[in-house]
Design a protein around this ligand. Structure first.
Ligand SMILES: Nc1ncnc2c1ncn2[C@@H]1O[C@H](COP(=O)(O)OP(=O)(O)O)[C@@H](O)[C@H]1O
Ligand SMILES: [Mg+2]
Length: 397
């Protein structure tokens, strides 16, 4: 069929033709934005889930929703390289300048800029040529202690007050939130704690791998009180069918029921895989309807494409030891896996000997810890891929 009219969109962050099965979490966001606007308390959101389930797509959609109801928004993507402060400062600066252009009395926006300037001075990181406006002096004694857990909350207060003064609200969107250090997460949590105490209109919407297991003590209990952690998983069968069928119907094409059934069996409802299967099936089909037979014929090709574009990207950067560790996990079937079982599978005496391999795999984003003593792949169906990529040469007999 006409490749140009192919409605599917496999790819990181690519908006799907039909955002199926996410009404619940979208409504949660809608309620959050509206309640904070009305000065009613509400938990901020951190969406957690594996790669390819549609977290980035949801963040973008919520960003749009927030702007529609009068929020000023900031969107950052965490990475291993850049500290939180470096990511936030330029964005918050633009946000304050935008608020400054909104008509209104009061000096809270100017103060916000002064506090931002002192924040920048204190974290002593290089921001290149970022200009902060010539007539603004840093506000000495605020947000300039050099301790992020103290300074970020002060900065949030200044920003929240500035937004409030201009009858606006602020939403900070953070993708890949798991990359932040414990201290950075703590600072964000303390910042949101202040927002709640002072009823200031600033919300945070994050997405990433689960972060709660990595937090401890006060940080953990604050986080549980301040945030709701919706779990973003694979789609239910009906939603998966809708994600495939509705977009092709728009083009006057249909999937046969058995074809949908088979795609669901192969993808287990994971959104990225649904897009990839839909995309290939459309391109291979001669005409409507898309049949079970055709799905069978395209499966090999889809798997090859997934291996290439989705699975192999990170896999090729691993050392042999790291690959072997993953292979041992895959050997145990579906996750999550107990660390002790993996250690045993590898025939190693103590699990401490493997702790550096483990932490490197976590750093590289291949695995994560859903709970103490447990590990899982960050990518759905990665166990199957690992078994395909590394043949079992009897290494675990
Ligand atoms: N609800 C959904 N229904 C159908 N496809 C979706 C849905 N959510 C996301 N997708 C598709 O899944 C893929 C991965 O989405 P992305 O937001 O990058 O996932 P993540 O950020 O969780 O890794 C994209 O191709 C996107 O179009
Ligand atoms: Mg993403």
């Amino acid at each position: 069929m006409d490749k140009i009219r192919n409605p599917f969109s496999p790819g990181a962050g690519a908006p799907p033709p039909e955002l199926a099965g996410r009404d619940g979490v979208l409504e949660q966001a809608e309620v959050l934005f509206a309640r904070i606007r009305q000065k009613r308390p509400e938990k901020s959101l951190i969406m957690t889930g594996l790669r390819g389930v549609g977290k980035t797509v949801l963040l973008n959609e919520m960003d749009r929703m927030a702007r529609e109801v009068g929020y000023r928004t900031v969107f950052i993507e965490a990475s291993e390289q850049k500290p939180l402060a470096v990511l936030l400062v330029p964005q918050l600066r633009s946000l304050l300048y935008a608020l400054d252009r909104v008509a209104g009395a009061g000096n809270k926006v100017r103060r916000g800029l002064a506090v931002l300037k002192s924040f920048v001075g204190a974290i002593k990181v290089s921001f290149g040529d970022v200009e902060f406006g010539l007539d603004i002096e840093p506000e000495k004694g605020t947000a300039d202690s050099g301790d992020l857990e103290v300074d970020l909350p002060s900065l949030f207060i200044a920003i929240g007050e500035a937004a409030e003064e201009r009858q606006s609200a602020v939403a900070i969107f953070i993708d890949e939130i798991q990359f932040f250090s414990k201290a950075e997460l703590n600072a964000l949590i303390m910042g949101m704690h202040k927002m709640q105490q002072r009823q200031l209109p600033l919300v945070l919407v994050g997405a990433g791998l689960p972060i709660l297991p990595g937090l401890a003590g006060d940080a953990k209990s604050y986080a549980e009180r301040l945030f709701s952690f919706p779990d973003i998983g694979p789609l239910q069968k009906e939603d998966a069918a809708k994600a495939l069928q509705d977009p092709v119907m728009e083009e006057g094409v249909a999937f046969e029921a058995e074809a949908l059934e088979e795609i669901f069996r192969l993808t287990k409802g994971y959104p990225y895989f649904l897009q990839e299967w839909g995309y290939q099936a459309w391109n291979q089909a001669e005409s409507s309807p898309i049949t079970l037979q055709l799905v069978h014929e395209t499966t090999k090709q889809v798997i090859a494409r997934l291996d290439e574009n989705f699975f192999r990207v990170r896999f090729d950067r691993l050392t042999d030891g790291e690959k072997k560790y993953l292979r041992a996990m895959a050997e145990l079937g579906q996750g999550p896996y107990r660390t002790t079982d993996i250690t045993e599978k590898l025939g190693v005496e103590s699990s401490t000997a493997l702790s550096s391999v483990r932490s490197k795999l976590i750093k590289k984003g291949m695995i994560y810890s859903p709970a103490h003593g447990l590990l899982n792949f960050t990518v759905p169906l990665f166990d199957e891929f690992t078994r395909r990529a590394i043949p079992d040469d009897g290494i675990f007999d």
